[in-house]
Ligand binder design. Structure first.
Ligand code: UDX
Length: 436
């Protein structure tokens, strides 16, 4: 059986571990003892559909978890590095996790007899694998291509569908300088994915660049459709969804990532776009378009704020119900969630905030404590409120209708995703991107 180690058990590493764990001999490694403790009990420490199921299945198949990178954990065919790559205070990529892991690997690699492929799956700025990781791995006299191989293999999974995306990726990109190592990993992937699965073989730096290109392109689409939504908002009779539907029929444009909303959040787009901007500047290019994508996105919360102000005469002291706290549906992740930013702005305006989310209440409580009132049902959160703001497109909110909003003190609904249907003159419905 193929032997695999996965270092760093966040969304990418844990999804990969539990999927590969059904096919290979896998050890998942993370320095966080709480995470390891929970995983050893078979309990995922974040919410993701089917994660618990695959975790159980893989553990039955021999998946184990460890807190340390040891000689044994490197004596493997493939060692995936999936640690976080945040940005620092200046907006530059912070490679300290990757460097730390590379140092520990280098120390333990000396006594490993196999020639493992070290695979950088974390999102890293172009040049990192060869200019940063390789020198660390080689500093004890070991050589790439002799004692180990070094590959770049970016991940494209989305939170909310992380397991599905891991099992059925749209493409696999493998970057490396040793064709032996690239082919070895390609063969492994070919054995676990379907026959028609696309595997692209390239060099390390191109593989790194592809990941940033994909994320900045997707972020650009969202900022562009949000700009168009803000224009439609001022054009009575228009609806950004109709515009998106028809432009999406042009095969050059395509239908996906054309949903206008409160702006993108999450652990990837904001940080990756910022890291790419800093990197571009550092190599002598001023990326004005990337800057505009970023600022359009961070301004979008004010578009939501303006809709609230349009609907209410005075917002001070008003009771505002926020529906949806996670940055997108089907996750409990609130990192860079626009809901959190909106709540902070509303609290500054002395609003009373009550919140609902099917999964993200606990994470939100950790940020705001007793500053908000937390509710388990949409009925409870809407009761007696002056304004409801639909922020995250959870399936449950799509079922809300006239009766649900009638229990509000003043039925004003701000729908940033245009998923609620209310045909009632007594309810003031404002859809983001719908001109009235
Ligand atoms: C993203 C990339 O899609 C994925 O390929 C990469 O590996 C990690 O970053 P993720 O952040 O998990 O994935 O979720 P995604 O579905 O891309 O949504 C990101 C944000 O964009 C969310 O806040 C979402 O609500 C928003 N979004 C997405 C829109 O506002 N409109 C859209 O049409 C699509």
């Amino acid at each position: 059986m193929t032997k695999v180690a996965v270092i760093g058990l966040g969304y990418v590493g844990l999804s990969l571990s539990v999927f590969l764990g059904t096919k290979a001999d896998v050890v998942g490694i993370d320095s966080n003892s709480e995470k390891i403790k929970s995983l050893r009990k078979g309990v995922p420490y974040f919410y993701e559909q089917d994660l618990g199921l695959y975790l159980k299945r893989s553990m039955q198949n021999g998946l184990i978890f460890s807190q340390e990178i040891t000689k044994e954990s490197l004596d493997r065919d493939f060692v995936f590095v999936t640690v976080g790559t945040p940005i620092d205070k200046k907006g530059k990529i912070d490679l300290s996790n990757i460097k730390k892991v590379a140092q520990i690997i280098a120390k333990n690699l000396k006594s490993v007899r196999t020639r493992p492929s070290i695979i950088i799956k974390s999102t890293v700025i172009p040049g990192t694998t060869l200019d940063v990781v390789k020198p660390i791995l080689e500093k004890n006299g070991l050589k790439e291509g002799i004692h180990f191989d070094l590959l770049t293999n970016p991940e494209f999974l989305k939170e909310g569908s992380a397991i599905k995306d891991t099992i059925y990726p749209h493409v696999t990109v493998i970057g490396g300088s040793s064709s032996y190592a690239v082919k070895k990993l390609a063969k492994f992937y070919a054995s676990i994915y379907s026959k028609n699965h696309k595997i692209i073989q390239t060099n390390n730096v191109t593989a790194e660049a592809i990941k940033y290109a994909a994320n900045s392109f997707l972020a650009a689409r969202i900022s562009l459709i949000n700009s168009l939504a803000n224009i439609c908002q001022r054009l009575p009779g228009t609806n950004v969804d109709k515009v998106a539907e028809v432009i999406g029929m042009d095969p050059r444009i395509g239908t996906q990532f054309l949903k206008a909303g409160p702006g993108y959040g999450g652990s990837c787009f904001p940080k990756d776009l910022q890291a790419l901007i800093s990197f571009a500047n550092s190599i002598g290019y001023n990326p004005v378009l990337l800057d505009a994508i970023k600022s359009t996105n961070s301004d979008q919360v004010f578009a939501v704020m303006n809709l609230i102000k349009t609907g209410l005469d005075r917002i001070q002291g008003k009771k505002i119900a926020i529906l949806g706290l996670s940055f997108k549906e089907n996750t409990d992740d609130i990192r860079e969630s626009v809901s959190i930013k909106l709540i902070k702005l509303l609290l500054k305006q002395k609003c009373k905030i009550s919140v609902h989310d099917p999964k993200a209440i606990e994470n939100t409580r950790n940020v705001f404590g007793d500053k908000l009132s937390y509710h388990k049902t949409t009925q409870d959160v809407l009761k007696d409120s002056d304004c409801a703001v639909v922020m995250t497109p959870w399936e449950e909110y799509k079922k809300l209708g006239r009766k649900d909003f009638q229990i509000m003190k003043h039925p004003l609904v701000i729908d940033t995703r245009r998923i609620v249907r209310v045909d009632d003159e007594k309810i003031n419905y404002i859809g983001l991107g719908v001109g009235t």
